[in-house]
Ligand binder design. Sequence first.
Ligand code: ZN
Length: 415
Amino acid sequence: MTFAAADGRSQVCRSCGAPVDHVVLDLGRQPLSNAYLRPDQVEDERLYPLCARLCTTCLLVQVEDVVAPQEIFEDYAYFSSYSDTWVEHARRFSEAMRDRFGLGPHSFVVEIASNDGYLLQHFVKAGVPVLGVEPARNVAAVAVEHGVPTWSRFFGRDTAAAVVAEHRRADLVVANNVVAHVPDLNDLVAGFADLVAPDGVVSIEVPHLLRLVVETQFDTIYHEHYSSFSLLAMEHVLERNGLVVFDVDELPTHGGSLRVLAAPRAAGRPVTGAVAAVRAAERDGSLDRPGGFEGFQERVRTCRDGLLAYLHDARDRGRRVVAYGAAAKGNTLLNHAGVTTDLIDYVVDRNPHKQGLLLPGSHLPVHDPERLRRDRPDVVLILPWNLRREIVGQLADIRGWGGRFAVAVPVMEEF
Ligand code: ZN
């Protein structure tokens, strides 16, 4: 195991360029959250500083980019279709957008980071022309197989120009859960502005920073999650690129997300009252100043200590604990707490691309969920707590052998 040296240069805000020095949360050194390992790769694992900072100029919370996105996302093992919750969320989104903006066979929808086509497939079924842009080649190939036209490349101004040249400007640009994952934020957002038609709409979903702070969702902070957005910070970067937020929805996804609808300023779309309401809630939560993050590090410590006390107690009492969900956020939690296979035997995940690999840092082996039925552990610790209801439903049969569930965030809980 080697440590990547911090190079000592001061961090500059990826949105506005101001110096960023207010530390919100320091999680020490961690491996990349999505860097699943083969057993023979353990020796070469690298750790990088993981520290979230606030830009007091534009209010973006961000971690330093320690590794190029090409190293992270070109062979990305996440397939959205393995989560029933996401597929259903996408179906409802497609319906709502088609109804509200009158999208049909005459329209053009482009999704950035379109994954395996789990969302665009619903537009395709409704006869709406689409294009997906997805950097992970293996994931993009699955989308194409399923009838969703997809370009395998990163998105920014260059790709936007190529799409417009080959097709045309888009009536709807969808960027769900991607804006946080792109280090060159301004190139991404400028690409949205270049791609969207003058009367078109950009729909962006991001986990909401307000929920992250209020509910101690610190495990949504990891290296590949470069930025954490409030509406205030989102408006800064959009407006710098000529886009105005005209509506916002608060969604339950990812523990609380924002769906931001933006349009070119010249379109002059009326702004809904929801925009002012979310801005006011964020100011009430002091997200517009460093004081809003006071006590956050202490709450994270309490959460970590609660997990460790629980796992040690279980081990002392001979109770067997396994984990469910080989997700990025679980890795932040396990690695911040220093959990290894001496406290949790293994993790199960439905995604066959992760089975047989080891989680980064903790090195828990990833197995097929069927393994639970053979082993009958006493406790299943659910790592992606945002999918808690779905997972409890899928694994209801563990109650048959007296199995219990647990979650660790925001506080340790067994049920
Ligand atoms: Zn800034």
